[in-house]
Design a protein around this ligand. Sequence first.
Ligand SMILES: Nc1ncnc2c1ncn2[C@@H]1O[C@H](COP(=O)(O)OP(=O)(O)OP(=O)(O)O)[C@@H](O)[C@H]1O
Ligand SMILES: [Mg+2]
Length: 604
Amino acid sequence: MKKSKSLNSAKGVAYTSRRLLGIFWREDKKTFIGTTIAVLVPSLIPFINAYIYALIINFVISSVCSAHHMSYDPLYILILIRILMLFVQDAAYTAQQRYNYIFSARIPLIFSQAIMRQLSRLDIQLIESSDFQNKFQSARDNATYRPSTMLVNIFYSMQSLLQLLVAAGSLFFLNWIFGVIILLTALPTFFYEAKNAKYVWAIWSDNSPYRKRFNYLYYQLQYPRSVKELKLFQLNDYFVKQGEKIGNKFAAENIAALNKRFLSGVIANLVNVAGYAAVEVYIIFITLAKKISIGSLTYYTTALINFQSGVNGLFRTASSVFEDSQYVKEVFDILDLEPKLISPPDAKVIKSNRTPRIEFKNVSFAYPESKTKVLDNFSITIEPGDKVAFVGENGAGKSTIIKLLCRFYDVDAGEILIDGINVKQLNLVAWYQHIGVIFQDFLRYEYSLRKNIWFGQIDKPEVIESIIAAAEQSGADAVAKSLDKGYDQMLGNVFDGGIELSTGQWQKVALARGFYRNAPILILDEPTSAIDAKAEHEIFRKVEKLTSDKTAIIISHRFSTVRNADKIYVIEDGRAVESGSHKELMKLNGIYADLFNLQAEAYK
Ligand SMILES: Nc1ncnc2c1ncn2[C@@H]1O[C@H](COP(=O)(O)OP(=O)(O)OP(=O)(O)O)[C@@H](O)[C@H]1O
Ligand SMILES: [Mg+2]
């Protein structure tokens, strides 16, 4: 990821352009060829036109000066060709416009699909990192338009390039020294434009954390779950002002950079104009000296004008290509990332219908970018069919244990064994079939209630009986009864007709999804934090009653819910400091007993 910080060099721009053209070519060869023709034809037509016009003028002059009447037939043919050329020119422009529309519709889709596919395969470890979030935010925003504008500008650059080459060729033909002069005087403008593009990009890129903050502020102001608190704490104004401050900072830096470069821009332009004037004067004088015809004078003047506009067009589009390529490269950088936590080629598969043994052996782990060990020489064994519970303070590492079990991260030391096989050796897709996890920050799908539950087992057909059975286990059946459309009710407030549930109701739905998964290992991380005491009691009775071959791991702060577990682990300082049944732990009279008594005390 680091590499993308450095500015895309000319070589890099060429590579990015080639890659983009390659993608476009693979996706739609017909449009590619059509665009090339529609773009290149208009660069040639002005010269054909100017040449014909030169012939017409010469014809007119000789006709006027001639003592005899000349046949007008050649003139008619010339005029006809001119009209035809104008028509072709027009058709090409219309075609260009059409292709422009196709670009702006197709290319963003191609890219957003590629990004979505890429996101679905990248490591959670990477997605959770702020560095990735930073880069991704910018890549996603830019993918919606930068690749298509870059592509359009590449084609227009080719158009201008061809135009200026034909013009330069004509002028070389007339006098090669002036051909060279005219090319040289264009160089300062080129460097000026290239530098400008670099500047603008650097400002955006350097400030990208500001940009992230700006987007964050924006998002908070529109996000239903944050508006309540923002309004009540009157943070709205503060957020708006912060956004304004960031916006002003952008603008100021941009303007300062442009001001700094203003003078060099003026000078580059002067050089350009001087070159142009010199050649124009030269052409006039050689006509006066009768070295070329008046028709040729008009042709070369047109060539000169076309050269000039070709140069300007090329610089304008090339600097846009340069600028766009910086952003498109960021998108490619994201697309080039490779997931690291993948199943090895000879991955082992745990048989589908058995509950494996789980063993953490001297596991140590710190999150990347952090030095603090969350787990420190942590060892536990969970036998198939065990109903175990983890308790411990906030930040003790309980949720982290689950993430490691899912191999969202790799451990730094020690090993996690599933039926004696290291998770690193496992086929992860097959392993995930064995676990149903409802994470602490469970998801609320903006889908119907039945889909919310069915998502627990997406590879099986939606069977309403099983969905209802799972809902009964978690208490979500009561939620269904309270909804007009029952299980077919759209949930959430994003889509039309959706109904927003209470936090506890959502939690019951998530739990139903966990039960519906019907996996050999059920893991519930703080599953009932928002659920009323009566419903919670019911849910845990059902978890305990899960068939004896199913493993259950429950994380909870409420000791009343975990007391019936076969084995309770107290997690502290990255280790399991106490373990045993409720009875055993009470007898031990250690941390667990202390905390249990503390909670019990509150109810007396
Ligand atoms: N994605 C992450 N990146 C870096 N550090 C993290 C990340 N997630 C958690 N941590 C850190 O790891 C430690 C353990 O977090 P964890 O979520 O496992 O605690 P927990 O026991 O589940 O707490 P709680 O009871 O509040 O849910 C915390 O100190 C936290 O700051
Ligand atoms: Mg947690």
